[in-house]
Design a binder for this molecule. Structure first.
Ligand code: 14H
Length: 253
């Protein structure tokens, strides 16, 4: 990762680069670490399996805050023929988004904090019997290598943040979200020469975690029904899109 470097002058006039940190770098770090811990936690008390489809399993925990549904959600999936890097790339890259997103009216980048972190402003489709929702969040992509032998873990985190270019304009309501896509690549029967790895030898193990607060009251049953229908739909459509896009391309490890 190349961060924007800031330059400091030494006594003999040379410039040295100091690893630059953007204003939200500490937040990004904290939230990334929280997700890495949280994703490893056992799924036990309170988690209901609400949808199962092939390798996809959707779990939800029913939670309300001041009468507002904020159900945490975890989806596990395994996708044949793609890598974690490819899944995260297509999830993070703004150019591909409107090709697989069906829940948005628009998306735009309002600031780039560094090469791997941008701030999005999105207008969501009105799915409720209530006000339209928008969102403003930083989106960060990262590769974490665990060891020399293992394939790295890739992840994307989307986390709500305020921004002067995105004031909340009533009656518009802002969604509050903390979402992560965390992926591992498995290589089955690895050939001796890594160059011989084919798409049929690879698999991506994916975890998608979402904490979304609708930002205002919505009838509980309506939110839960929409979530139960829309999350599996999103993951089905998004993963098919990545398979389609990468099919004839070299594997991106
Ligand atoms: O994760 C998804 N999309 C990304 C990229 O567009 C943005 C998302 C997000 C959502 C909200 C705020 C900030 C960021 O991470 C795919 C989302 C699929 C959503 C399915 C809709 C389910 C509706 C659930 C109800 C939530 C309560 C309002």
């Amino acid at each position: 990762t190349i961060n924007e470097a800031t330059f400091a002058a030494t006594s003999n006039g040379e410039n040295i680069s100091v690893k630059g940190k953007h204003r939200l770098a500490n937040d990004v770090e904290r939230v990334v670490q929280e997700h890495l811990t949280y994703v490893r936690e056992e799924m036990c008390d309170g988690w209901d399996l609400i949808h199962e489809e092939g390798e996809m399993k959707v779990y939800r925990r029913e939670v309300e805050e001041n009468g507002i549904v904020v159900d945490p959600l975890k989806i596990f999936h395994a996708i044949q023929g793609v890598t974690g890097h490819e899944i995260c790339h297509y999830f993070w890259e703004y150019q591909h988004r409107m090709e697989w997103e069906t829940t948005l009216d628009s998306t735009k980048i309002i600031e780039a904090l560094d090469q791997d972190t941008v701030i999005f402003f999105q207008m969501h489709k009105r799915v409720w019997p209530t006000a339209q929702r928008d969102s403003c969040f930083w989106s960060h992509i990262r590769c974490i290598s665990n060891s020399e032998e293992d394939q790295p873990t890739w992840l994307v985190v989307n986390y709500t943040t305020p921004h002067p270019l995105a004031p909340i304009k009533p009656p518009q309501v802002r969604l509050i979200a903390n979402v992560a896509m965390i992926c591992e690549t498995i290589i089955n029967e690895p050939p001796l020469n890594p160059k011989d790895i084919k798409r049929e030898n690879i698999q991506c193990k994916l975890a998608y975690v979402a904490f979304v607060n609708p930002g205002g009251w919505v009838p509980s049953a309506a939110v839960r029904n929409v979530a139960k229908r829309e999350y599996p739909r999103f993951l089905r459509r998004f993963t098919s899109y990545v398979i389609e896009q990468t099919r004839d391309k070299p594997i991106l490890f």
